[in-house]
Design a protein around this ligand. Sequence first.
Ligand code: ATP
Ligand code: MG
Length: 391
Amino acid sequence: MKPQLESIAHKPTLPPEHITVLGGGQLGSMLCEAAKRMGYRTFCVSSHETDPARRWADHHLIADPGEPATAARVARQSAVVTVEAESIDPAALEAAANASCRVAPSAEVQRTVRDRRLEKLFLRDHGLAVGPFAIAESPKQMNEAAETLLAGGAKKIVAKTARGGYDGKGQRWLHSIEESADVWEALGSTPLVLEAGIDFVAEASVIVARSADGRMTHFPVFQNEHRRGILFQTRMPGDFPPATVAKAIQLGRGTAEALGVVGLLAVEMFILPDGDVFINELAARPHNSGHVTLRAASRSQFEMHIAAICGLPLPEIHIVQPGVMTNLLGDLWAHGEPDFAKVLADGRGMIHLYGKSPRPGRKMGHMIHTAATLAEAVQAANAAFALLQNA
Ligand code: ATP
Ligand code: MG
């Protein structure tokens, strides 16, 4: 018999207990890797035999990770159940919780972060800075939403599907109201959130780890560069004035607290010309920008997620060396395997591949460069990327 949830809520889950990760992409894979290094055993539920997590999970169950009956079944053999993606149905987390398992994030948090409508309303209702937006659930509402945003001073508008978008997918920029019917159709005639285009000077993210008893710790503010809607590079620490850093951290921690999240919360942000900060979106899981912590921080984001969901201490994070993470997209595989020998030759970087088959735009892996100064790390990262691109 497993103890009842109330009695285990604040007791740490210690190795070698079992942790289940729902979803088996690279985030699930790196979660399993961290958990395994920390002495835990791992189950991973994912749809395909070839998913990245197959390489690190102790037990890889091939099934729909959002299916409640499956989640309940693995929960009965696990101490903790977590997720690697917003796409996982909250019903699966509910089923796991009903099996008296620790579940983080909760079904309620998952419900909020997987729907842009609920996420934006949550932020606005809690006074957390977010840019102008409007919800559209029909072509008529879309016209009204666009008109409202334009009347409010928006110079351009981006329409995003309420659910299922990632890496810039499920988004279209709207240049005039006349385009709205076409965009509605192009995005699949499905509920949307329309946002005013923000003229940011930089993008940032703050990752907070929070435990069930409310303890929190955060990573330094990262600076993110996107190309064609996909994260290209993350720098740690970001090059921001102290007041902006303080604002970003306050917003990140405030959001984690308001949400009551357990585990990691990644808060993507826009930095405005006047130093003000708006939240772009949330992820209640490890985040691509946090990969830099694998080398550049005293704890990786994956270790901190496991620590937070298991109720272990959450140490303060310090920077080991300034670092740069550069994503490796499938485009680099256009002429076969990239020339990694060249990139590794100077000994300044590490390459981490996820074991996926290449497709243009697909995240295949990343590089991390660390150095005594951020400028040196950036220089090394960009030199390495240029070598791969020109190979
Ligand atoms: P992710 O891969 O982070 O899940 P996503 O597909 O959910 O991405 P967003 O984070 O909403 O997409 O947008 C991707 C990028 O597009 C942002 O990081 C930013 O560069 C740009 N972008 C999105 N919304 C806006 C906006 N309102 N104003 C200006 N740029 C935007
Ligand atoms: Mg994003």
